[in-house]
Design a protein around this ligand. Structure first.
Ligand code: FE2
Length: 201
């Protein structure tokens, strides 16, 4: 059987579009138009491995029924993903714990593989005991915890577990901390610079 990165990308795009189209939460539906009509151009993004890809496999045992299929779809394609980080140690805004244990794989966004100036979507993975300090950006964002859990900081601390949704309005300061479990989130950004570097207080 022959397969290609493009075929893998398209399987994930289909999984994302179905997940968003079928999701009952109104804050997810708020992003449905962007996800359904993201653009029309695909570019090849060569695979790059990070520890987060392996952590995603640990996450498979920590999903909820409603997020299992999306988590499994990303896990099945983890070796074909371009795993990235937004920050480096030179930025001096996140700790070594986070740089060692987090990464994201984007499916729709400015840099592809499905090129969009309208919307950004992918999966982010954090290992246990990582602190993602409070930060903010102009784009509005929604997270779905697809596996694991974390204590989110959104003005006040709130625990969010697999299957739960976190909506972050434009410029609202937000962050989170994982404990004994890893965390995998499906994220969507829209209405802002889709590769803006977040501001930290
Ligand atoms: Fe954010």
């Amino acid at each position: 059987m022959t397969d290609s990165i493009e075929a893998a990308d398209r399987r994930l795009l289909d999984a994302i579009q179905s997940f968003v189209a079928d999701h009952p939460d109104p804050t997810i539906q708020h992003f449905h138009g962007s996800i359904a009509d993201w653009g029309d151009r695909w570019v090849e993004t060569p695979p790059r491995h990070l520890q987060a890809a392996d952590t995603l496999t640990d996450c498979l045992a920590l999903t909820a029924p409603e997020t299992h299929d999306l988590t499994a779809a990303f896990d099945a394609e983890k070796s074909t993903r371009n795993w990235e980080q937004s920050y480096t140690s030179a930025d001096n805004v996140v700790g070594d714990d986070m740089l060692a244990g987090y990464g994201f794989a984007e499916v729709i966004g400015k840099h592809g593989p499905f090129v969009s100036e309208r919307v950004r979507a992918g999966i982010g993975v954090w290992g246990p005991h990582i602190d993602y300090p409070p930060h903010r950006h102009a784009a509005e964002e929604v997270y779905v915890v697809v596996a694991g859990s974390a204590e989110f900081e959104l003005g006040e601390p709130v625990m969010r577990r697999a299957g739960e949704v976190v909506y972050v309005p434009s410029m609202l300061t937000h962050g989170f901390r994982t404990s004994d479990q890893p965390l995998a989130v499906f994220y969507i950004w829209q209405a802002g610079d889709l590769r803006e570097k977040s501001s930290f207080n």
